[in-house]
Design a protein around this ligand. Structure first.
Ligand code: GDP
Ligand code: ADP
Length: 365
C-alpha cells in the first residue's frame, strides 16, 4: 500500500506525537518522520526563488535542532512537496520546475550523512539532486598532466559532497608534498603492485610517465559502498581499458586551451622537476592524439577559464539547474504541477496531478 505524507500537514499519527512548531508557519512546510526524528523542510512564501531550510525535531528530547547542511541546496519558486523514500532519504519535488530540476533528495541517514554526523558530533543532513538518465554511471576523467583534472574534480566533490566519491588509485610514483596516502593515492611499491595486478585485484593499470598507476576493484567498490557516484582520474590507456570492461561509465577528456598554457600550468604547480615536466609535455601530445580515437570519449572539454569549464562539466553531468543543453537525455519532460500529491507504492513514486498520473523510480539519483 502507498503511504501518503501530508504536504503541509502536521503529523499526528500513532508513531508521532503532535508536532508543535516554535513559530507560525511562514510559507511552504513539509514534515517527514524517520525513526526518532521529524524533518521540517521549510521555505518562505512570497519570496521569489525561496531557499529551502531544514529543522530537525528530536522526538526523544522534544528539542528542535539546526542541522549542518551539506551539498548545494534546491531553490524553489513555487513550493514543494515531500515523501519518505526509505530510512535514509526524503524525496523533495519542486513544483512548476523543469524536469531536470524538480527531483531532489534530502539525505538524512545515508552513509555520507552517518559519517559526517559521527565526525562532527552534531545533526547533519545533505542535499543531492535527482538525475534522470545516466545519473548513476561512474565518470572517467582523462587529460594531460597539468590540464586541471584534479582541480575540476575537487570543485565537483566540494559542491556535491554526498553525490560523488573519488576512486583512489594506486601508484608507484613518489608522493608530492601535500599528498596523503589513501586520500590522493595509495602509494605503493612496484613489486607489490605488480603482484596485485597479477592477482586480478585491478580493474585497469598502466605505465604513465614512467610509473605504474592502477584502479583497484576495491577502490571502485569503496565508493559504491558509500552510496556515491564514482569519479576516476585516469590516463587514456586506463580509459581504453575501462571502456573494454563491463563498467559502464561516462568518458570525459579535458584538453588545454594550448600547449603553451599547459606548460605554464605545469610549471606554476611546481610539483615536478624540469625533466619530469618535459616528459609530461611530450606525453601530452600523444595523449591528445589518442583521445581522438573514435568512440573512446563521450565528451571533450576545453579547460580555458576554470569557471566556465566547470559549468560545462556540470552540464554534461546534468547538474546545472539553468541548463537547456544538448546533453539532456531523451526523456519525456514533465513539470510537477502546482496542485498534486505524491505517494509511494513498492519501488515507485506516484505523482497524482489531476487527470495525468506520472510515475518515477525513486532510484533516479
Ligand atoms: N591508467 C591509470 N592512470 C591513472 C591512474 N591514476 C592516475 N592516473 C593518471 O596518471 C597520470 C599522472 O597522474 P599524476 O602523477 O597524479 O599527475 P598529474 O596528472 O599531473 O596530476 C594522469 O594522467 C592521471 O590521470 C590510474 O589508476 N590508472
Ligand atoms: N582553467 C585554469 N586556468 C588556470 N590555471 C588552472 C586552470 N585549471 C587548473 N589550473 C591550475 O593548473 C595546475 C594544474 O592543475 P591540476 O588540477 O593539478 O591538473 P591535473 O590534475 O590535470 O594534472 C594547478 O596549479 C591548477 O591550480
Amino acid at each position: 500500500m502507498g503511504e501518503e505524507v501530508p504536504e503541509f500537514g502536521f503529523c499526528n499519527t500513532e508513531n508521532c506525537p503532535p508536532v508543535v512548531l516554535d513559530s507560525e508557519p511562514q510559507g511552504y512546510e513539509t514534515l517527514t518522520i524517520i525513526g526518532d526524528k521529524v524533518y521540517l523542510v521549510c521555505g518562505s512564501e512570497g519570496i521569489p526563488n525561496m531557499s529551502i531550510n531544514i529543522k530537525v525535531l528530536d522526538k526523544q528530547t522534544g528539542k528542535w535542532l539546526e542541522p549542518v547542511v551539506f551539498g548545494a541546496k534546491p531553490v524553489a519558486s513555487e513550493g514543494f512537496s515531500s515523501i519518505i523514500l526509505d530510512s535514509e532519504r526524503v524525496l523533495i519535488l519542486l513544483r512548476e520546475s523543469s524536469t531536470d530540476n524538480s527531483i531532489w533528495f534530502l539525505e538524512v541517514d545515508t552513509p555520507f550523512v552517518k559519517q559526517k554526523r559521527k565526525q562532527l558530533g552534531i545533526e547533519v543532513v545533505a542535499w543531492s539532486k535527482g538525475l534522470i538518465g545516466y545519473g548513476s554511471k561512474p565518470i572517467v576523467i582523462s587529460g594531460p598532466s597539468g590540464v586541471g583534472k584534479g582541480t575540476l574534480i575537487a570543485k565537483l566533490m566540494k559542491e556535491f559532497p554526498s553525490t560523488f566519491g573519488f576512486s583512489v588509485s594506486h601508484t608507484t610514483r613518489v608522493p608530492r608534498d601535500k599528498e596523503m596516502n589513501g586520500v590522493h593515492y595509495h602509494f605503493t611499491e612496484r613489486n607489490k603492485m605488480e603482484k596485485d595486478i597479477q592477482d586480478a585485484k585491478f580493474l585497469e593499470s598502466a605505465l604513465v610517465h614512467g610509473n605504474l598507476y592502477g584502479t583497484s576493484i576495491e577502490a571502485v567498490e569503496a565508493v559504491s559502498d558509500a552510496g556515491k557516484r564514482c569519479i576516476l582520474d585516469i590516463d587514456v590507456q586506463g580509459a581504453r581499458s575501462v571502456r573494454a570492461s563491463p563498467l559502464e561509465a561516462i568518458f570525459i577528456f579535458v584538453c588545454p586551451p594550448s600547449f603553451e598554457e599547459l606548460e605554464l600550468r605545469l610549471r606554476a604547480r611546481g610539483t615536478e622537476t624540469e625533466e619530469q615536466i618535459q616528459k609530461r609535455l611530450r606525453n601530452a601530445r600523444e595523449e591528445l592524439e589518442q583521445a581522438k580515437t573514435a568512440g573512446l570519449f563521450d565528451h571533450m572539454l576545453v579547460n580555458d577559464k576554470l569557471e566556465s569549464c566547470y559549468q560545462n562539466l556540470k552540464k554534461i553531468l546534468l547538474l546545472d539547474e539553468n541548463d537547456k543543453s544538448p546533453y539532456q537525455p531523451s526523456m519525456k519532460s514533465f513539470i510537477v504541477p502546482f496542485s498534486h500529491s505524491i505517494s509511494k507504492v513498492d519501488q515507485k513514486v506516484l505523482i497524482h496531478c489531476g487527470t495525468n498520473e506520472l510515475s518515477a523510480s525513486p532510484s533516479t539519483k
